[in-house]
Design a binder for this molecule. Structure first.
Ligand code: PLP
Length: 440
């Protein structure tokens, strides 16, 4: 196998098993069943500290906000709080979870393109740190609610800078066709800044942009920062706008397969900070606080999924299907947008691959495939398949299609283990159901 996927404390132990956090994965499956999400807490902490330290070393004031849509539960929020991270939430549900986790309210940032009045009121009640305002309707709603309550709030405006980053390239878009944010090119950004500056209880602190996800280059960030700062300088001149915070979003790439070659995290930060420093100097702006919002790069490669191998189907001369006891219910990304993964047999982790299998889920959907053409040793019934880098947007997108209960999630570190989300039971599945009433 390719050892690049053994991040954090993952290794192959003397039993030839995949080990994580000092614990044998086969033991974990015996104790907690499959499918099972396992997170290497050491690796998560490492990623957080790499971001935070990179800013510290460069001497800039920063907030590193975990984009919690990547994986949201009480325990991860508590871990993020301990690591000194801030937090992005995008719904009332994520906000509620963060509050229940005791996450420091002033470090919570509320995102989303359609925050409801109810959600905004909840966030106002909690007195969270910042709203990232996405559109004119939200701005007007927030103005109305804060005025009625005489409550001051900090906001950033989300703008689309006309730069879209993808894994290996970036696109300069003309008129940005996106459901998110105020467009800079068509003047909506400027209009929003002017409006916000006049709202009595709104404190416009700065600008936000998020240019994409799974980004392996820094060019997109450099270009977006340049555009945002140029705009900020212009608005400072023309109507006294002051940029105190520049939020450049998340999207830092991770390794899912051998093709992925992510940059070291600190490299992104160095490039972002040096661009901000250089451009603020050039445009005669004071250095703003720099905020980022990594999701995937904080939890993505720290998480693996363990499955038990079930049935096999050989289609002669075409392919071998190897079915596991999960699938699109615990990882919908391959079905949803053709996401790629790799994996190993966790119980025979250092055996040579001699077969090629396509890993199928157990759902009634032909598209329910996890990995196409994965080289593995000859697989047997009840082998354990470990899929790497499932920590982001895996459990978070889990669903109950075919009434398959959602897996358990376990945190491990230094031989310690803890279930942070229990496996769903059949009873849980019908908990919200109501028996048929009197239709007969
Ligand atoms: C999804 C998202 C992020 C996090 O993206 P990752 O690729 O997980 O780092 C950050 N900011 C915004 C606004 C997002 O929508």
């Amino acid at each position: 196998m390719n050892h690049d996927f053994l991040v954090g404390t993952m290794k192959i132990n003397t039993a030839h098993h995949l080990e994580i956090g000092g614990i044998d994965t086969v033991t974990l499956t015996k104790e907690y069943g499959t499918p099972l999400f396992v997170y290497d807490v050491f690796q998560i902490k490492q990623q957080c500290q790499t971001f935070i330290q990179a800013f510290k070393e460069l001497g800039v004031t920063a907030q590193v906000a975990y984009a919690s849509k990547a994986f949201s539960c009480l325990a991860i929020y508590q871990l993020m709080a301990k690591e000194g991270m801030s937090l992005d939430v995008v719904s009332g549900g994520e906000l509620y979870t963060a509050i229940q986790a005791g996450f420091p309210k002033e470090r919570i940032h509320f995102h989303g393109n359609n925050k409801t009045e109810k959600e905004i009121l909840e966030a106002l009640d909690y007195q969270i740190g910042c709203f990232v305002v996405d559109n004119f309707d939200e701005l007007a709603l927030l103005n109305r609610l804060t005025t009625a309550r005489k409550q001051v709030v900090n906001i950033l405006l989300r703008v689309t800078p006309g730069v879209e980053a993808h894994t290996h390239d970036y696109i300069i878009t003309g008129q940005t066709d996106s459901k998110f944010g105020f467009d800079l090119l068509n003047g909506q950004g400027e209009q929003a800044v002017k409006l916000a500056m006049e709202m009595p209880y709104i404190r416009l602190k700065g600008l936000h942009s998020h240019i994409g996800s799974q980004i392996f280059e820094t060019d997109g960030f450099v270009m977006a920062i340049e555009k945002l700062l140029m705009q900020a300088a212009e608005w400072q001149q023309t109507f006294g706008f002051s940029l105190e915070i520049l939020n450049v979003g998340g999207g830092f790439g991770i390794r899912y397969t051998e093709e992925d070659q992510p940059l070291p995290l600190a490299h992104y930060i160095q490039q972002i900070v040096s661009t901000v420093k250089e451009k603020t100097k050039q445009f005669a702006l004071k250095l703003p606080e720099i905020w980022i919002e990594p999701g995937r790069s904080v939890v993505g490669d720290a998480g693996i999924t363990l499955y038990e191998v079930g049935s096999q189907k050989e289609v002669p001369n075409i392919r071998n299907y190897l079915a596991v006891d999960g699938g699109m219910t615990d990882n919908i990304r391959p079905a949803l947008y053709d996401a790629k993964y790799t994996g190993v047999l966790a119980n025979r982790a250092d055996e040579t691959a001699e077969e090629t299998y396509s890993i199928a889920g157990k759902c009634c959907e032909s598209g329910d495939m996890l990995i196409w053409d994965l080289p593995l040793p000859k697989a047997h019934y009840q082998d354990i398949l470990a899929v790497f880098a499932t920590g982001a947007y895996g459990y978070a997108m889990a669903n109950n299609y075919n009434r398959i209960p959602r897996p358990a999630v376990v945190f491990v570190e230094n031989g310690k283990k803890q279930v942070v989300i229990q496996r769903e039971s059949y009873e849980n599945l019908i908990q919200l159901d109501q028996p048929l009433a009197d239709f007969y």
